[in-house]
Design a protein around this ligand. Sequence first.
Ligand SMILES: Nc1nc2c(c(=O)[nH]1)N[C@H]1C(S)=C(S)[C@@H](COP(=O)(O)O)O[C@H]1N2
Ligand SMILES: [Mo]
Length: 303
Amino acid sequence: MRIIRRRGWEIAESQVTPESAVLNRRSLLGGSAALLAAAPGLAHAEPNAKYAPGRALTEEKYATTYNNYYEFSDSKNLWRQAQGMKTSPWTIEFAGMVKQPRKIAFEDLLKQVSVEERIYRHRCVEAWAMTVPWTGFPMAELLRIAEPLASAKYLAFETGQDKAMVGLNEPMYPWPFIDGLAIDEAANELAFITTGMYGKPLPPQNGAPLRVTTPWKYGFKQVKAVVKVTFTETQPRCFWHDILPNEYGFWANVNPAVSHPRWSQADERLLGVDETVPTQIYNGYGDFVASLYSNRKSEKLFM
Ligand SMILES: Nc1nc2c(c(=O)[nH]1)N[C@H]1C(S)=C(S)[C@@H](COP(=O)(O)O)O[C@H]1N2
Ligand SMILES: [Mo]
């Protein structure tokens, strides 16, 4: 048995759900000197439980049937409709301030990265939340492959357009869906490009074939079905910021103390269970990301 040192977001799905299983496993570890002797790595792995999601996984059926994807619909019930989307073949374009603008096939991109599983809490600005075992690769690897110029400060992700996306006919929205990050945010160890969930390829409704996952930010920053990544010197335009600039900021870091103009962000409703829990600053990921903002205190970091 090979046991590798893991942080909370790296803990295998079997270790976090249900919560009782974690507790059982812990008491098992504590009680079994033989097991520790057989696998010394365990002794080190144990303290890292402080990074664990601290909640049970959301049941897959809820995470895959309650979605935000305005290209299809402004209703949450769009997953059937999304099955009609063509997600293969798929090409991603690197544009703007990169060494060499180019396109890369999704399969070729996957060959250049190592895929891993991370369990993250997801917090939608609408005050619902879920806990999902995503698979994918660190966004830092995407940066490595894209080769941005040293002068690039931001990157923007753009969603592809498909015939099945009937919401695109709604002219009041500023299509295509685009949102972005600062380069140092994208290089942060938490920033992730997701290609799967619950041990399977990402379903279309959740952003197949690849989507952005930045768990310390509200979900509207997490662009689905990425076809283009553009590197820029200035902050890119963002879909929700364009529509309602006073409600959806560029940084959009989760903060229970900063209310949305129309509702409180103090608590969040967990999908699939009848439970509401307090929201945490940076969605509980401050240890990883708070330092990104120490020199940006004058910006509107939280909504
Ligand atoms: N292209 C695109 N990406 C999007 C959205 C969208 O409407 N279109 N909605 C965002 C919002 S508000 C959230 S909360 C998450 C939802 O992801 P999920 O459906 O996988 O839960 O996707 C984000 N990415
Ligand atoms: Mo959201």
